[in-house]
Design a protein around this ligand. Structure first.
Ligand SMILES: [Zn+2]
Length: 207
């Protein structure tokens, strides 16, 4: 545990992935760190045991999407249908998500209205590892470190979403313990975003 009294969140998008999510969960467990997973509804249905593990190991399960499509390319009804479908997938697994990170973090006026109607909190990030590029973990840690502080929300991916330039998530798995150590060095305990939000200090919605 960190002694500094600060909090930060590691967050993972685009899973659950049949190969990589379990390794990310193993790395979190070994680091005694808890995180938030923004999952894709159909993948959650495909890998219920991974979602169960997330919940059982103290992580927060939140909604990413059903189809990984930019909201700028969808009508409001389509955005709402996509979110409702993803929430339904999670409900079928006994989960009620309250947090939503739309694909690519793209938020439109329609996204905001849908979020209000569905009682979802739009949850972005303020520190980006760009792990989808496939950079080595040490390089990602060096690049993201200057932006880490109390209240940081760090973006990572436990799956290979559209646009990923890597063939696997090895480097993300390797980054987890190093990042947990770095956050604790800064006095910040890695916790799910719901715990940051309860404290009221995280930049959850980009301006
Ligand atoms: Zn994504």
């Amino acid at each position: 545990m960190s002694k500094g009294g600060g909090l930060a969140s590691m967050t993972f998008d685009d899973g659950p992935d049949g190969l990589w999510t379990a390794r990310v969960l193993d790395a979190l467990l070994a680091s005694e760190a808890r995180a938030t997973f923004f999952v894709t509804g159909p993948l959650a249905r495909e890998h219920p045991a991974l979602v169960e593990r997330m919940r059982d190991e103290g992580h927060e399960v939140a909604l990413h999407c059903s189809r990984h499509v930019r909201h700028t390319g969808l009508g409001e009804e389509e955005i709402e249908a996509d979110a409702v479908s993803g929430l339904g997938d999670l409900r079928a697994l006994g989960l009620s998500a309250r947090r939503w990170r739309p694909p690519w973090g793209i938020v439109t006026g329609s996204t905001r209205r849908v979020a209000r109607r569905l009682g979802l909190e739009i949850s972005l990030w303020n520190a980006d590892t760009h792990d989808w590029r496939g950079d080595p973990a040490e390089r990602m840690l060096a690049a993201v470190s200057p932006s880490l502080k109390d209240g940081s929300v760090v973006l990572m991916h436990d799956g290979l979403g559209p646009g990923a330039r890597r063939t696997g998530c090895h480097q993300t798995v390797a980054l987890v313990p190093a990042l947990a150590d770095r956050l604790r060095d800064l006095g910040c305990e890695p916790v799910p975003m719901s715990e940051l939000a309860r404290r009221g200090s995280c930049a959850e919605v980009a301006p």
